[in-house]
Ligand binder design. Structure first.
Ligand code: ZN
Ligand code: ZN
Length: 177
């Protein structure tokens, strides 16, 4: 996805409306929280680029419907991540620490020949905004460590605690009242 901001940079326009779909690209090694998460219908960005007294601001509302699994019971969970993505667009060659910014910046985006291609930055933001752990319910009881059954719909009937003989001595001890 390439967004042409030439009209803004040349002063022909003061606002450009922007709306596009993109496939989040988590790279070869997605962050842990996103290892089992997919974005089956892609993500959507809608907003604008505005010339604000010489500064070009990119303002996008991002929505990304996702599917994943509960970290405790492994049941399928889905949701929609929504966040606001905002950057100042700087023309290539106008910032000092450009290499650092090209690598990652939460402040700037660099335009080359008046164009930006922010899918990688948007994907990085999805990874950043995504909850570190997906749960079907904050109180999900998880799975039984013995039989592996989900405990969400009731107990599986397994004896939960192994008998620990180290505590047996307590039963034989007499404590003063
Ligand atoms: Zn769960
Ligand atoms: Zn069980």
């Amino acid at each position: 996805m390439i967004i042409d901001l030439t009209a803004l940079l040349s002063g022909e326009a003061s606002t450009i409306d922007i709306e596009f779909d993109f496939a989040p690209d988590m790279g070869e090694e997605p962050p842990m929280a996103l290892a089992d998460v997919t974005f089956p219908s892609g993500a959507h960005a809608k907003g604008r680029a505005v010339d604000n007294a010489g500064y070009i601001r990119l303002e996008l509302n991002v929505t990304a419907p996702w599917q994943g699994e509960c970290a405790r019971c492994l049941e399928e969970v889905s949701g929609t991540l929504e966040f606001f993505f905002e950057r100042t667009v700087a023309a290539k060659g106008t910032l000092e620490n450009e290499e650092e910014i090209a690598d990652y910046s939460s402040e700037y985006l660099i335009a080359e020949n008046g164009k930006i291609a922010p899918v990688r930055e948007l994907s990085d933001s999805i990874a950043y905004e995504f909850p570190s752990k997906v749960l079907c319910d904050p109180d999900c009881p998880g799975m039984c460590s013995r039989c592996g059954k989900s405990l969400k719909n009731g107990d599986c009937g397994c004896v939960k605690k192994d008998h620990d003989p180290r505590w047996d001595v307590l039963k034989t001890m007499k404590f003063p009242d």
